[in-house]
Structure formats: structure tokens, C-alpha cells
Ligand binder design. Structure first.
Ligand SMILES: Cc1cc2nc3c(=O)[nH]c(=O)nc-3n(C[C@H](O)[C@H](O)[C@H](O)COP(=O)(O)OP(=O)(O)OC[C@H]3O[C@@H](n4cnc5c(N)ncnc54)[C@H](O)[C@@H]3O)c2cc1C
Length: 325
């Protein structure tokens, strides 16, 4: 591996200034499971690597005063997947993090690095799309918040500006009556990069969120949310669906037509139709791991599997968890 200077900044301003001064010669580092492999392979030749892990809050998972879950960018996949609040409220994200590579790698690989690397196959991304995460960056003009669907801008490209780096991932509060399912297909059963992945999420009622991370979730009380199950209002009985697809386009994608179709009809026929609409939303390519046609077909399979799993978790359909579509 070519030599480089390894620098640990003392604070956010110093980190930003180092990145700003360095351009492409300077790269931020979290777990290094993407970055160092690219350096070792000679794909990039940075002169300075700025280790951001020790900056305040980067390894913390906390609940904000507004009820959002804030995940520091340097939290590892295992840390996120094992956190009690993630498991209780955002289990979809835990499933996605647990699907990454091996246990050893998940002790090193971070959710922030997974997003900043901006691979279309990043496994945490479809879950974060479904949860409508807001990414927080620090840079020369201070703190900036970016909705997840604007963060991924193309293969290996993200919305960060010169001198900016990711500091955290903010997750809006979710209703207590909600469920998600993450399914991925790799070349091997566990531990492989996704050929395609699909995250599915459903929640009772609808949330109103402001861009920039402010929650307008009036019903949330003491960590619980009144929902259809509590019999609060007719409107809240409606399920809101979100479906996000990984590794089948230049960035992760939402499938809005499929989501709308499910909100109208989640019968077996409706689920089959939504799965087909999800496949039509995909924009896959042929590559070394699979053909575009195979990927598109598997989006339908994984979407149907995910929706049925979510319905079963919500008690809205006969249990089909683990069953074949
Ligand atoms: C054997 C193996 C198996 C893998 N399997 C999977 C898998 O199944 N699923 C999957 O999704 N991924 C997989 N990966 C890819 C990788 O592990 C993940 O993308 C990981 O989450 C990256 O996190 P990291 O902390 O290691 O990032 P790093 O390698 O530290 O950084 C990744 C990129 O983001 C930049 N960066 C880092 N921190 C910041 C920041 N704060 N702000 C801005 N830019 C930043 C870096 O400069 C680099 O370009 C695998 C990798 C290996 C080696």
C-alpha cells in the first residue's frame, strides 16, 4: 500500500479545514473497509487520511429532544444492529446492518461509511430510504441536513460539498404500529454484496415531517404513538407503505407507484401487483454479478416477500414469514 499521512483532527472545524485544503489528495476515514481496500488496490492514491471516528458524538446513538434517533456516522453496523432503540423501533435498519458481510467486518464497517461510499448496493441505504432518514453534515458553512434521497447522487457520488463530512444520521420517530422487512440477494446466502435488495416498511397513519429534520409528530407521547391499534381515528387506520430498492439503479430508489398501490389494496392480488410495480421502478444494469432482467425479476420476488412479511408482523395477514412467494 502506498504511504500516506494519518491525521486525527481535534475538532470539527479542524477536520473540515483539512478536507477543504486537501481536495482529492485527502480522504476521510471511518472503518476503512471501503477506503483502505481502494487505496491498497491503487484505485485512489490519497496523501492524507483524516480519521473522523474520535470526533465528539460520532460513535454515539442518542434520542434527540424532538424524539428523533441520532446515529453518529462512525457507529458500526454491529453497534447499530444491537442497539435497543434500533431493535425496538427501527428493526428494519437492524436487519439491513446485520446483512452486511461478516460479524468481524460489521465490527469495523460503519453505517456512515456505507452511505458516504455511495455504492448503489449499500445495504443500509434502502432501510434508511424507507425510514426517511436525514443526513447531517458539517462543513465550512456549518451544519447542513440532507434528506437521504438527495444524499445519494450517483454510483460512488454523494451530495457532500468540498470540506464537508457526514456527522450523523437522523431517524424520525415512528408510530408504535409499524414494521419493516429487509431482503437481499447475494451470490452466497450470507456475507455477500447485494445483487439486489428490497426494504419494505409500513406504518399506521401518515407522518408530517419538515425537511431539515424537524419532526411534526403530534401524537408521540412518552416514546409511544397513538395509532389505529389504539382506536384514535379512522384516518390513522390506513397503512402508509414505503418500498426502497438497492443495487438496481445508479442510486437506491423508492417505488412510489408500488407504495400507493399497496395503500389501496394489500390483498394477495394487490401485493402481487405492487411487487410488479416495484420491479418496473427498478433501473438495473447488466454487470458481473447479474443481468438486468434477473435483477428486475428478483426485485418483484423480494418486494412480495417483504410486503408479506410486514403484513404478517402487523397481524394483517396469515403468517407467511419465511415462506416462499
Ligand atoms: C469483504 C467485504 C464485504 C462487504 N460486504 C458488504 C455488504 O454485504 N453490504 C454492504 O453494503 N457493504 C459491504 N461491504 C462494503 C463496506 O464494508 C461498507 O460499505 C462499509 O459500511 C463502509 O464503512 P466504513 O466505515 O468502512 O467506511 P470507509 O471505508 O471508512 O469510508 C467509505 C467511504 O466514505 C468516505 N467517508 C468516510 N467517512 C466519511 C464521512 N464522515 N464523511 C464523508 N465521507 C466519508 C471515505 O473517504 C470512503 O470514500 C463489504 C466490504 C468488504 C471488504
Amino acid at each position: 500500500m502506498q504511504p500516506f499521512d494519518y491525521i486525527v483532527p481535534h475538532n470539527f472545524a479542524e477536520a473540515s479545514a483539512l478536507l477543504m485544503a486537501g481536495n482529492d489528495d485527502t480522504r476521510p476515514l471511518l472503518g476503512g473497509t471501503d477506503l483502505l481496500i481502494r487505496v491498497r488496490g491503487g484505485f485512489i492514491r490519497p496523501e492524507r487520511i483524516i480519521d473522523l471516528k474520535q470526533l465528539p458524538g460520532m460513535c454515539d446513538i442518542v434520542r434527540s429532544a424532538e424524539g428523533w434517533l441520532v446515529i453518529g456516522a462512525a457507529c458500526t453496523m454491529n453497534q447499530v444492529a444491537g442497539h435497543p432503540l434500533v431493535r425496538q423501533e427501527y428493526e428494519l435498519l437492524a436487519q439491513a446492518c446485520e446483512s452486511v458481510a461478516s460479524y468481524q467486518l460489521r465490527n469495523r464497517a460503519t453505517v456512515g461509511g456505507n452511505c458516504c461510499n455511495a455504492s448503489p448496493a449499500a445495504d443500509s441505504a434502502p432501510a434508511l430510504y424507507c425510514l426517511e432518514a436525514v443526513m447531517e453534515a458539517y462543513g465550512p458553512s456549518g451544519v447542513r441536513r440532507i434528506p437521504i434521497h438527495e444524499f445519494f447522487t450517483g454510483p460512488r457520488c454523494n451530495a457532500l460539498r468540498p470540506g464537508e463530512f457526514l456527522t450523523g444520521i437522523h431517524l424520525p420517530p415512528v408510530p408504535s404500529r409499524s414494521a419493516g422487512a429487509f431482503n437481499k440477494l447475494g451470490r452466497t446466502k450470507i456475507g455477500d454484496i447485494s445483487i439486489v435488495s428490497v426494504a419494505v416498511w409500513a406504518e399506521a397513519g401518515s407522518r408530517k415531517l419538515e425537511a431539515g429534520g424537524q419532526s411534526k409528530h403530534p401524537e408521540r407521547v412518552d416514546g409511544a404513538t397513538r395509532t389505529a391499534a389504539d382506536g384514535q381515528s379512522k384516518d390513522a387506520e390506513r397503512l402508509t407503505w414505503r418500498i426502497a430498492i438497492g443495487a438496481a439503479g445508479p442510486t437506491p430508489l423508492r417505488a412510489p407507484e408500488a407504495e400507493a398501490a399497496l395503500a389501496e389494496d394489500a390483498s394477495p392480488e394487490g401485493v402481487a401487483r405492487a411487487a410488479q410495480l416495484a420491479a418496473e421502478a427498478a433501473r438495473p444494469i447488466d454487470d458481473i454479478r447479474a443481468s438486468a432482467a434477473y435483477r428486475r425479476g428478483m426485485v418483484a420476488v423480494l418486494a412480495r416477500r417483504g410486503v408479506n412479511s410486514v403484513l404478517a408482523r402487523l397481524g394483517a395477514a396469515p403468517s407467511v414469514v419465511g415462506g416462499q412467494p
